[in-house]
Write a protein that binds this ligand. Structure first.
Ligand SMILES: NC(=O)c1ccc[n+]([C@@H]2O[C@H](COP(=O)([O-])OP(=O)(O)OC[C@H]3O[C@@H](n4cnc5c(N)ncnc54)[C@H](O)[C@@H]3O)[C@@H](O)[C@H]2O)c1
Length: 253
C-alpha cells in the first residue's frame, strides 16, 4: 500500500511548485483537488497527472483573494471526495513582484495586493479547511520563502507576507496541535520551475547556485518531496517548523 493511499489533499495554488506537489502526492496514492486562478493550466496538469499515476486528481478555479471563493474551494474537495486530510497552501501572486521595490518606493496597491493574496489568502484557506482537518486529524503545509528572513533590499511586501505566513503557521500549530492537526511552513530557495530562464538577468543562476552549499539548481520536485513527507506518517512528529529547502543557501538554527 502506498503511504498516502485513502487520503485526500487540497493543493491551493498550482503552478510550478503546486503542480509538482500534486504529482508527488498522487504518486504516493493521495487523491487531490488542485485549485488555481488559472483554470486551464490547472485542468491540464490535473488530467496529465491523473493519467500518469492512475490516481484521481481534479481541478477547480478559485481566487485566493475572495473569501466566498476559498470557501467553495474547500467545500468542493469535501463534497467530491467526502473527506479532507491535507492542505498545501501554496498560491502567491507573483505577477506584482516586479513592482515590489522598497518600503518607500513601492505603490501601496502592490503592497496591499501582495498581503491580500499571499497572507490574508492563507488565512482564508486555514479558516475554511480547519474544521475538516480537525475531523481528519490532518496536516497543513504553507509555502513561505527564504525571503521572510534574509532581508532583501527589494520585494519588501513579499518578504513581509511570507514572514506573516510563518507566524500564521506557528499559531495554527499551537492552537490546533492538541486536536491532532500539524502545521509547518516551507522556505524554498530559488526554484526556476516554469519560469523562462532566458528572462533572468545574465549570471543570475550562477549567482544563486554559488550561494548554496551544493551546486544543484532547485527544482519544484525538491519542495514537493518535503510536502509529501510532512503529510505522511514519517512526518508525524514534525509541527510548528519553518523548513528551508534551498541547497543550503541559508543556515538557520
Ligand atoms: N519559485 C521560487 O523560487 C520560490 C521561492 C520561494 C517561495 N516560493 C513560493 O512558492 C509558491 C509557488 O510559487 P511558484 O514558484 O510555483 O510560482 P507559480 O507562479 O508557478 O505558482 C503560483 C500559482 O499561484 C496562482 N495564483 C496566483 N494568484 C492567485 C489567486 N489570487 N488565487 C489562486 N491562485 C493564484 C498562479 O496562477 C500560479 O499557478 C509561492 O507561494 C511562492 O511565493 C517560490
Amino acid at each position: 500500500m502506498k503511504r498516502l493511499e485513502n487520503k485526500v489533499a487540497l493543493v491551493a495554488g498550482g503552478g510550478s511548485i503546486g503542480s509538482a506537489t500534486v504529482r508527488r502526492l498522487a504518486e504516493d496514492g493521495c487523491r487531490v483537488l488542485l485549485g488555481d486562478i488559472a483554470l486551464d493550466q490547472a485542468e491540464a496538469d490535473a488530467e496529465e497527472i491523473s493519467r500518469a499515476t492512475g490516481v484521481e486528481v481534479i481541478a477547480t478555479a478559485y481566487d485566493q483573494g475572495d473569501d466566498a471563493s476559498v470557501k467553495r474551494l474547500v467545500q468542493t474537495a469535501v463534497d467530491h471526495f467526502g473527506q479532507l486530510d491535507f492542505v498545501h497552501a501554496n498560491a502567491a501572486d507573483l505577477s506584482v513582484a516586479g513592482e515590489d521595490y522598497d518600503a518607500v518606493a513601492t505603490d501601496l496597491a502592490i503592497y496591499d495586493r501582495t498581503m491580500d493574496i499571499n497572507l490574508r489568502g492563507f488565512v482564508l484557506v486555514t479558516r475554511h479547511a480547519m474544521p475538516h482537518l480537525v475531523k481528519s486529524r490532518g496536516a497543513i503545509v504553507y509555502t513561505g520563502s527564504g525571503s521572510a528572513y534574509i532581508g532583501e533590499p527589494t520585494r519588501f511586501s513579499y518578504g513581509m507576507s511570507k514572514s506573516g505566513v510563518n507566524a500564521l503557521m506557528r499559531h495554527v500549530a499551537t492552537r490546533w496541535g492538541p486536536e491532532g492537526v500539524r502545521a509547518n511552513a516551507l522556505a524554498p530557495g530559488f526554484v526556476l520551475g516554469r519560469r523562462d530562464a532566458s528572462a533572468l538577468p545574465e549570471g543570475f543562476m550562477e549567482m544563486v547556485t554559488a550561494a548554496q552549499r551544493i551546486p544543484v539548481v532547485g527544482e519544484p520536485r525538491h519542495i514537493a518531496a518535503m510536502v509529501a513527507h510532512l503529510f505522511s506518517d514519517d512526518g508525524a512528529w514534525i509541527t510548528g517548523q519553518v523548513i528551508a529547502i534551498d541547497g543550503g543557501s541559508t543556515m538557520r538554527a
